[in-house]
Design a binder for this molecule. Structure first.
Ligand code: HEC
Ligand code: HEC
Ligand code: HEC
Ligand code: HEC
Ligand code: HEC
Length: 473
């Protein structure tokens, strides 16, 4: 056999062995198809993230596997048919020089292909569509809540990964683990929170919101409808002491006193959800340390030894900055405020909230269940109070609210993901600001109502303050 073989000869020889032949096939098809899709994609053809996984991850993997199998095949042929042993390189042989040229050329092409694949795979796996839709069923609750949130134009990666190589690698490793969990259906339903490995807020949130930015009060006017026949419209007016946190450590007050680097608050929680906080420590820039212990705590040493330690950051209050799920009563208040639900429909505030709580099992049609529940509720009241058309319209609006917040296939329902940003059910701020956390000398974490806001009106009809604010007087 001639020693100066062309590439074709080489392939023919390799093909004598099944492993080598498979390698050649895989490399040709994987590489060829990848090149074709890459050209289509670069010329603007819109591929979905699913096809993206195929193009940028599966095809290059096939190509790579093929390239690995080829030398294995070559080695096996060498053992099986010593006469067919493909030659080793002899750089003085002109035929080999030519072949080396071909191999070098192919290597450059392969490196370019893998480079393109890695680049595209990186962009794909960082895109919001990928995060939100590829694991569609799993991420549906978060994706849905996110799309109507203040951060719907902020990428998932801005909060979940942030800049820098270290977190990039960590996130891809954890992403690969998650893909496996989804493939083998071993993830938890619902996804457990608080998320344990979230990057510190300093490196995510604070890339966009800097502590000096917060200042002063913010007045919120909230419509709260009553559970009476007329759905009486009342307002709550709060002046929230947003306050600020100065990087230079100057004393600042208000809610964002917490974000001032001069005040470091750390705590120990004794449950997974961080709702039980028996011990809180405050360290100030002047070196002062104050430890607050809950009066409900019997054994501080045990709590310190076995509890989970954490330093407070944005997420201890803003745990729902973008995956914001509503409560039925607040969701109905909002729908009545902006007209998605008809304020004129008698008792709808009361019955709407109840209908939203109707259990709907996975696979059942929520509209049918909600429509039936609402129909039954009104059937118990005087006849002719509402029309069938009103019931249909209200049920449609309620079903939209339901679909925005409840996801039976992920076991996400009302209240699954509570917010820490207030004090519903004595949670949130009242985990610490309950008046029971006492330091030596009797100092407590403040719980008087004026600490965080001035309550200018609470569920009042046409309060004077509203006329003052809106200038209608
Ligand atoms: C503004 C910042 C921000 C953005 C943008 C963001 N997230 Fe989150 N996400 C968070 C925070 C903070 C948590 C942690 C909640 C907790 O620990 O209780 C979280 C939690 C989650 C969870 C755990 C379950 C849950 O509801 O808490 C999933 C899943 C998730 N995010 C997916 C996504 C996806 C997918 C996107 C993009 C479509 C995205 N996130 C965009 C801040 C963000
Ligand atoms: C990439 C920039 C960016 C990042 C990162 C980011 N935000 Fe925001 N955030 C914004 C923008 C822009 C707005 C204003 C949206 C608007 O006014 O509609 C906003 C609004 C908010 C608001 C006001 C919401 C409201 O009800 O109007 C809060 C609270 C907030 N962000 C908290 C956070 C927290 C906590 C994090 C970290 C988990 C975070 N943000 C990360 C850009 C960002
Ligand atoms: C101690 C709890 C707490 C901490 C810690 C905290 N916030 Fe807030 N933040 C609040 C509350 C309460 C509000 C007002 C309530 C609301 O928006 O509904 C608020 C409001 C905001 C707003 C809207 C401000 C406005 O003028 O409307 C932004 C933006 C924000 N926070 C971002 C952050 C960021 C970023 C961090 C971390 C650096 C942070 N917060 C830390 C409790 C906190
Ligand atoms: C992990 C415990 C903890 C949580 C949760 C917490 N705080 Fe605090 N907060 C503290 C401590 C400790 C202080 C300092 C008390 C002192 O100085 O004696 C404080 C102080 C404050 C102050 C007074 C700042 C000043 O001007 O002196 C405000 C306002 C405040 N917090 C608002 C909030 C709000 C609003 C929330 C909920 C969104 C909240 N905090 C949640 C621990 C907490
Ligand atoms: C540690 C801070 C803090 C203290 C102390 C506090 N609040 Fe609040 N409160 C908040 C925050 C933050 C919100 C806004 C949460 C949100 O954005 O929905 C709020 C919201 C409210 C609301 C509005 C609820 C609604 O309809 O939206 C009422 C009413 C209220 N607080 C009453 C009180 C009363 C009464 C006290 C005294 C017993 C008190 N608060 C003490 C932080 C506090």
């Amino acid at each position: 056999m001639s020693r100066g073989r062309t590439l074709l000869d080489f392939i023919r020889t390799i093909s004598l062995d099944p492993i080598g032949a498979t390698g050649v096939l895989m490399a040709t098809f994987g590489g060829g198809l990848f090149l074709l899709f890459l050209i289509l994609s670069l010329s603007g053809f819109p591929f979905s993230p699913y096809i993206g996984i195929f193009i940028y991850i599966i095809l290059p993997a096939i190509l790579l596997l093929g390239l690995v199998l080829i030398p294995i095949g070559r080695w096996r042929i060498g053992r099986k048919y010593p006469g067919e042993r493909p030659p080793l390189f002899d750089l003085t042989n002109p035929a080999h020089q030519k072949k080396l040229g071909i191999v070098a050329g192919l290597t450059v092409v392969n490196v370019l292909l893998f480079g393109a694949a890695a680049y595209e795979a990186y962009h794909l796996s960082d895109s919001d569509e990928f995060c939100g839709t590829v694991c569609h069923k799993v991420m549906e609750p978060e994706w849905t809540a996110y799309q109507t949130s203040p951060h719907s134009r902020v990428g998932c990666v801005a909060c979940h990964i942030g800049p820098g190589a270290g977190w990039f690698v960590r996130s891809k490793l954890s992403g690969a683990r998650q893909v496996l969990a989804v493939t083998f259906n071993t993830y938890s339903h619902p996804i457990e929170t608080p998320v344990r490995n979230l990057r510190p807020a300093r490196e995510t949130c604070e890339q966009c919101h800097w502590p000096e930015k917060f200042h002063g009060d913010r007045v919120d006017v909230r419509h709260r409808f009553q559970e009476d026949e007329e759905n009486t419209d009342t307002v709550t007016v709060l002046a929230l002491h947003i306050g600020g946190g100065n990087r230079k450590g100057k004393p600042v007050s208000g809610i964002h006193w917490h974000t001032n680097p001069a005040n470091v608050v750390s705590y120990v929680s004794t449950d997974f959800s961080r709702e039980e906080i028996p011990w809180v420590k405050l360290e100030t820039a002047d070196g002062n340390v104050v430890e607050f212990v809950s009066e409900d705590c019997d054994d501080v040493d045990q709590v310190l030894a076995t509890g989970t330690h954490r330093t407070m950051d944005c997420m201890d209050c803003h745990n729902r900055p973008t995956h914001i799920y509503e409560e039925p009563d607040r969701a109905v208040d909002l729908a009545l405020t902006d007209g998605r639900l008809d304020k004129g429909m008698k008792w709808i505030r009361r019955e709407g909230v109840r209908a939203l709580r109707t259990p709907v099992a996975e696979g059942e049609d929520p509209y049918t269940k909600i429509r039936a529940a609402l129909g039954q509720a009104y059937a118990k009241r005087e006849p002719g109070l509402v029309t069938e058309a009103q019931l249909d319209d209200a049920s449609k609006a309620l079903t939209k609210i339901w679909s925005r917040n409840v996801f039976p296939h992920m076991a996400v329902t009302w209240g699954t993901y509570p917010t820490f940003l207030g004090h519903q059910d004595d949670g949130g701020c009242f985990r610490c600001h309950d008046g029971l956390h006492v330091a030596e000398g009797g100092r407590t974490i403040p719980d008087d109502c004026e600490t965080c806001h001035a309550l200018l009106a609470e569920e009042e009809q046409n309060p004077e303050i509203l006329e003052l604010i809106s200038g209608t007087n």
